[in-house]
Ligand binder design. Structure first.
Ligand SMILES: [Zn+2]
Length: 252
């Protein structure tokens, strides 16, 4: 289930960008955000199952898989605790994140929907962020860099979403596609950020599958594969620092 307090990440991301200007051989840093937690249970599933437990279980598996491949991985929560949006942001702050993936599971009013979908922010498909970044600059050349940086960052989020969604569909089917979450809070995010809905917890079949560790492991592997594909492409020489540097420059 999506949450309105999705991701306010711009201030965090800008500070991360500035702090990693000289980063060279550091492994990519991935922040995984297990949706909900504590009293915020998320969508209710079958037989008392809750979205918050499924997202945490899968997040841990994603972390393990990515760590095995040499990536640095941080979770916004390690346990079943309630986190405000601000706390999620603070826990991600200063970590030098290269990308952010929020994990969720779905539910439908009729309990009949199933499948997987991956969201990017509204600004991914608009020029709002680009304009905002540009008007913040007085220097025309800097404004041009700012626009290019914001567009590039939006494109990166879409690329990350595609990489994850493609692999999820390979293992789970039920392609509900890449979608846009029209939340202003995503505007200005300076690292690629997506929200993954791994399935419907209240669907008779899919909900039961989502509780199985082997299914969770396959979902986690798919998400990790997508992240790794995104990161390895991004690490191509000449591509790794451009967009982030441009956005950081624009927002100083
Ligand atoms: Zn949710």
């Amino acid at each position: 289930m999506r949450v309105l307090n999705l991701i306010v990440f711009s201030a965090v991301a800008v500070s991360m960008s500035a702090g990693r200007a000289s980063a060279g051989p550091d492994p990519p840093t991935v922040v995984i955000d297990p949706g909900h937690g504590g009293s915020n249970t998320g969508a209710p599933g079958l037989d008392g199952a809750t979205e918050k437990r499924i997202t945490l279980a899968i997040a841990r598996m994603v972390r393990r898989r990515l760590q095995e491949r040499g990536l640095r991985v941080l979770l916004t929560r390690e346990r079943d605790v309630y986190l405000t949006l601000g706390e999620r942001v603070r826990r991600a702050n200063g970590t030098g994140a290269d990308l952010f993936v929020s994990l969720h599971a779905n539910a439908s009013r009729e309990h009949t929907q199933k499948g997987v979908e991956t969201y990017v922010g509204a600004r991914e498909f608009s020029d709002v962020a680009a304009h905002r970044a540009a008007v913040a600059e007085q220097d025309p050349a800097q404004a041009m860099i700012a626009r290019a940086g914001a567009r590039q960052m939006a494109a990166e989020s879409v690329r990350l979403a595609r990489a994850v969604q493609t692999r999820l569909v390979e293992v789970r089917g039920g392609d509900r596609g890449m979608r846009q979450a029209p939340y202003d809070v995503l505007d200005g995010v300076a690292v690629p950020a997506v929200l993954v809905e791994v399935g419907f917890v209240d669907h008779a079949q899919e909900g039961a599958e989502l509780l199985r560790p082997d299914v969770q492991a396959r979902i986690a592997a798919a998400i990790a594969d997508g992240i790794e594909a995104f990161v390895s492409h991004r690490a191509t020489p000449g591509q790794s620092n451009g967009p982030r540097s441009a956005v950081a420059l624009a927002r100083r």
